[in-house]
Ligand binder design. Sequence first.
Ligand SMILES: Cc1cc2nc3c(=O)[nH]c(=O)nc-3n(C[C@H](O)[C@H](O)[C@H](O)COP(=O)(O)OP(=O)(O)OC[C@H]3O[C@@H](n4cnc5c(N)ncnc54)[C@H](O)[C@@H]3O)c2cc1C
Length: 414
Amino acid sequence: MKEFEWAVIGSGIAGIVSAEILTREGHSTVLIEKNEKLASETTRDFHEWMHTGSLYTLIPDNLITLKFILGAVDDILEYYSSYQGMNLIPTESGIKIETVQNGWFADNRIHFKYRIKDRKITFPWLIGVARSVYLIEKIKQHDWLRRRAGVLDPYKLNYQEIFKLTNTLIKHKQDYFDLETPDFTTISRNLLRDLITTSIKYGLHVSLSNEFLKYKKNDDGYLIHCSKESFKAKNIVLGLGANISGFIEADVKTSFAPLAVVSNISKETNSFTELDYYPKNCINIITKGNNIGLIGGISFSDKNKCDSYMDEVIKKHKKYNPDLQVLNRYIGVKSEITVKNQPRNYLYHIIEIESNVWGIIPGKFTLGFSIAPEFYRRIYKKNPRKSFKTFSNDGKYGDLVSNTAWYDMSRNQK
Ligand SMILES: Cc1cc2nc3c(=O)[nH]c(=O)nc-3n(C[C@H](O)[C@H](O)[C@H](O)COP(=O)(O)OP(=O)(O)OC[C@H]3O[C@@H](n4cnc5c(N)ncnc54)[C@H](O)[C@@H]3O)c2cc1C
């Protein structure tokens, strides 16, 4: 039986970033995945929206989520800049996205269309929108050269400015107030394929189509029982997405997000989300190039509601793109995990399940980039290295990573 220092189980963003940071530091590691390809569940279905906090300016949580998200962007700059594809450029006023071959990120800024003309819309909503616009402008101007974005001071809200903005919104003539946010998109396969290629060149062993069944403690570590090949390891990381609930004391709230891959969208279409006082009206589109887009809206606890809701979403998008054609539909499964005795929900969790067994649940793809260095810090009490030799996707190893769902669906139609 092969022996490793670390067994990372599950190969979504949580498993891949954990395996990469461990191998970067020279630890022998096996990555175990039950499917034929890596990143083939939630990390395949997601929108590829890289959050810089804009959406979380609308949440009344004392800006805690916003700060975690900004911290994740900070960590991409700090710990992933050795990669050639890592094309974020920090400036004194915002982040620029350079065009490079096989770049990880696209300068595809997400627009917010705040609904402001509706007789039912309340004054608190308008204040909420004004506060959101105010904070987004702050994020846009953030000095990324000096970084520390995650400690942006929430108490510096200038209420005079926010009231002024509320007045501007009241006088706004159109139904929607359109704002380009600093959020952008990721070409996630470029990113994941580079991470996997580099990890394998540093010695990562990948075991596919191998379902993890259970682990058992023995004298010098753990026996990891799997369906095809079992391993021995001193330490374990469980990056099982929603499946982790079988191993930790956690409540998993599952919801279903209907999505559709569409074509024939005009070149002028920006990625956007409509933001409305009523969540069901919050439709969105992430553009993918070549007139393709991924459209969606809210998620439901009842899967049966997805189909009729998606019909409505498509109708609404036809307002913007009358020639839009639906290539395929699918339902993304969202798993929000709440861990007992931990106040944070919908954020990342790093949990020591028992001695040398860790559970990692990022809650957002974007948060993967702070979860890995944070995990490493907790174990080894030092930072992982920031500058190191990296390798780009060479096809051979990169092909172990699945395509995104939208990509496969758009190609199958051609
Ligand atoms: C519809 C949708 C849209 C989203 N959009 C965005 C977005 O635009 N931006 C963003 O930042 N976040 C987004 N998210 C959230 C983000 O996608 C997830 O938080 C993230 O991908 C979860 O990664 P993960 O590694 O925890 O889980 P997963 O990607 O689900 O990975 C878990 C892996 O573990 C494997 N596994 C499970 N059980 C076993 C077992 N027994 N043995 C071996 N392997 C096993 C699975 O096969 C899978 O590969 C979205 C989520 C959804 C559902």
